[in-house]
Write a protein that binds this ligand. Structure first.
Ligand code: FE2
Length: 210
């Protein structure tokens, strides 16, 4: 960003949709576990295949430990959520995308935090894109879409990441995302997961324990 005019300049990207991205090492046993699962075709056309297994992380403790290492850091260290709230895995599955497969725009319901780990990727296997849902205006109403000279974290309503083997991405489950078409001839494998945040919330007239 350019230098600010005057002195003491700062820009605060308020009220975030915190998107976490990191890399980690996947063992051969994790990769073999995921790529040897059985898959069914998603009912939506060219939307890829999902594993029959829907509690995948419970059957692959090594991958679950890797996911929770990053998720704990994201939730408790970065977002500073009190540790009295307990993260619990509720659902996890693998996705297999063959040539031409993509994922339509969606968010994850019945979940608080979600994420994806990339198990097997190739350079043309399709980026993941995160979208502003349009219900929450950011710096400008969705009615106006001014041309920009450059996209950055402050002015974008869409943000893409290029998957790599071992990349882990975490986000609030309400954040809409989609996956570009796999343009490569090799299958792309990833594992997605949903977590809930258990505990006691609020007090008096807004108390909730879940
Ligand atoms: Fe998703």
């Amino acid at each position: 960003m350019s230098d600010f005019p005057g002195f003491g300049g700062a820009l605060y990207p308020l009220f975030s949709q915190p998107l976490y991205c990191a890399g980690d090492v996947l063992s051969d046993s994790i990769v073999n576990h995921v790529t040897n699962l059985s898959f069914y075709h998603d009912p939506m056309e060219m939307n890829g295949q999902n594993s029959d297994e829907q509690m995948l992380l419970d059957g692959c403790p090594e991958l679950k430990a890797l996911v929770e290492k990053h998720l704990n850091f994201y939730v408790y260290t970065i977002l500073k959520i009190d540790k009295k709230y307990r993260l619990q895995h509720h659902c996890s599955w693998a996705t297999k995308h063959l040539t031409g497969d993509k994922a339509h725009k969606h968010s994850h319901c019945n979940s608080v935090f979600s994420g994806v780990v990339y198990i097997k990727t190739t350079p043309g296997c399709g980026k993941i894109a995160f979208h502003n849902d349009g219900f929450r205006p950011t710096y400008i109403t969705p009615t106006l879409q001014p041309d920009l000279t450059e996209h950055n974290i402050y002015n974008s309503t869409e943000w893409t990441l290029e998957p790599q083997d071992g990349m882990i991405v975490l986000f609030p489950s309400t954040l809409e995302h989609s996956v570009d078409k796999n343009m490569d001839f090799e299958a792309r494998y990833s594992v997605a997961f949903n977590y809930w945040l258990h505990g006691s919330y609020g007090s008096n007239t807004n108390r909730l324990t879940v």
